[in-house]
Write a protein of this length. Structure first.
Length: 204
């Protein structure tokens, strides 16, 4: 499978800065898309390529921090590197606490910028891998029948077969059969692994 090259999304209201940084990054081998505002970025079609966002903090309309908050609520996994000519400590702390990968002051040295971008792209790969693992787990749990889902819910809370059988009004033998099927469908060998899946998917 061919992996798409990463795309750098530059969101900045300063046209001359956008042009200059776009030229610099393309010359460094990156694919770059430029946006003049946070609203323009949100209105653009969602792309599936790996990448990161280089984001100005102070802009007309949505500020960089407001865009960061919107993206977090949309479950975006694109890391954000803030680029600002107005960096102050409270803003920096707020941006980093909210999950920004880095915050750099304009003008930024090329070496510092490229290093920050490469860290952000590495973070994207980690997030994508975790996202894919969770999607796989969700698909496995979704494949359970309604009755297996009930048994699974009680199983991961530490209930014994006998207790589950009593609660669901069936035989212990039937519960054992459900349990065996659940373990096969979830591709696990122990209840501890099943519990781990439930925890990762916030089912507990």
């Amino acid at each position: 499978m061919t992996v798409a090259p990463p795309v750098l999304h530059v969101v900045d209201d300063d046209a001359s800065f956008r042009t200059a940084i776009g030229r610099l990054l393309r010359a460094s081998g990156y694919e770059v898309v430029l946006y003049q505002s946070g609203d323009e970025f949100l209105e653009s079609p969602r792309r599936e390529e790996p990448g990161c966002i280089l984001l100005d903090i102070r802009m007309p309309g949505l500020s960089g921090l407001e865009l960061q908050d919107r993206l977090r609520r949309m479950d975006s996994i694109l890391p954000i590197v803030f680029l600002t000519g107005h960096g102050d400590i409270p803003t920096s702390v707020r941006a980093i606490k909210a999950g920004a990968e880095d915050l750099l002051s304009k003008p930024v040295e090329k070496k510092v910028l490229i290093e920050a971008i490469e860290r952000a792209l590495a973070r994207y790969r980690e997030r994508r891998a975790e996202h894919d693992r969770l999607d796989t787990m969700r698909a496995l749990v979704f494949a359970l029948t309604p009755r297996e889902t009930e048994v699974f819910g009680l199983m991961i809370r530490g209930k014994l077969n006998k207790q589950i059988a009593h609660e669901l009004g069936t035989s212990e033998r039937t519960i054992k059969a459900h349990r065996h099927s659940i373990m096969q469908k979830l591709q696990v060998d122990s209840v501890a692994e099943a519990v781990s899946i439930a925890e990762r998917l916030a089912l507990l």
